[in-house]
Design a protein around this ligand. Structure first.
Ligand SMILES: [Cu+2]
Length: 120
């Protein structure tokens, strides 16, 4: 990564600069994929906008953090040296409430982005 390269322009979903992470209702992570530098540490400010208990689990990093309804927690994560680290809500993972932290140029998996669920 050349030091002279300008920072990317801020975007609405510019998680690179805005470490904010949302759980929306009812089964949704935003963003679903989070890309960072290999080995980068990032403190996620997780807001649960829904009225139900959610959770952020990253087994690879020993993280299992509940996020109470309408609550907010902070979780420090570390991007892998390469590839992707999966994360999920342990209560709703089966419903598709999951995503991945991607290191460097790791390809975004063909997991459906946005994760639309519970459409019934
Ligand atoms: Cu959940």
């Amino acid at each position: 990564m050349p030091p002279s390269s300008p920072p990317p322009p801020p975007r609405r979903t510019g998680w690179r600069r805005q470490k904010r992470f949302y759980f929306s209702y009812p089964y949704y992570f935003a963003p679903t994929f989070l890309r960072g530098e290999p080995g980068q540490k990032l403190t996620l400010e997780i807001e649960n906008e829904s009225g139900m208990l959610h959770n952020l689990s990253i087994p690879a990093q020993g993280i299992d953090q509940d996020v109470p309804p309408k609550g907010k927690v902070e979780v420090e994560i570390t991007f892998p040296q390469s590839g992707a680290v999966p994360f999920f809500c342990k209560f709703h993972a089966a419903l598709g409430m999951r995503g991945e932290f991607l290191a460097g140029d790791a390809a975004q998996p063909t997991l459906s982005s946005g994760v639309t669920l519970g459409t019934r």
